[in-house]
Design a protein around this ligand. Structure first.
Ligand code: MG
Length: 157
């Protein structure tokens, strides 16, 4: 078995769609990014890569590469999981945490879990998504940015 973790941050700005876990969330703020800025999927990619010591998402999909401009992050997660499978591993479970002050995510978490499960050939029971605020503290509390942490466990296929 192999364990991996990943973290991602993005700045928030008005007038940008907010995409988290591959799901578009109604919000007046979205993530400033080269891709679609899906912090949750980016953290999951790094956790999956980290579990097999395959480097990080920036090495596999450089944010200076024009082919990844505004890219749907489901592409990154699918590609990373294909690498995991090529190494002979499968996902046991993923546990994730989003840190954000706004918007409220609870109504959207079932759809995000279902989407990620589909992308990883898993069932929602294997995918945990939790969310917390920072009680108004720091840049997250000021709604200047959001963060995601992810932890995965893999087993030999
Ligand atoms: Mg990112």
């Amino acid at each position: 078995m192999r364990i991996g973790f990943g973290i991602d941050y993005h700045a928030l700005a008005p007038g940008i769609p907010l995409v988290l876990g591959g799901v578009q969330i109604p919000s007046t703020l979205g993530c400033v990014a080269h891709s679609d800025g899906d912090v949750l999927l980016h953290a999951l990619c790094d956790a999956l890569l980290g579990a097999l010591a395959l480097g990080d998402i920036g090495q596999h999909f450089p944010n200076t590469d024009p082919q990844y401009k505004d890219k749907d992050s489901t592409y990154f997660l699918r590609s990373v999981y294909a690498k995991v499978q090529a190494e002979g591993y499968l996902l046991c479970n993923a546990d994730t945490m989003l840190l954000l002050e706004y918007p409220a995510l609870a109504p959207h978490i079932p759809a995000m879990r279902a989407k990620i499960a589909t992308l990883l050939g898993a069932i929602p029971h294997q995918i945990s998504i939790k969310a917390t605020t920072t009680e108004g503290l720091g840049f997250i509390g000021r709604k200047e940015g959001i963060a995601a942490h992810a932890c995965v466990l893999l087993q030999r296929a």
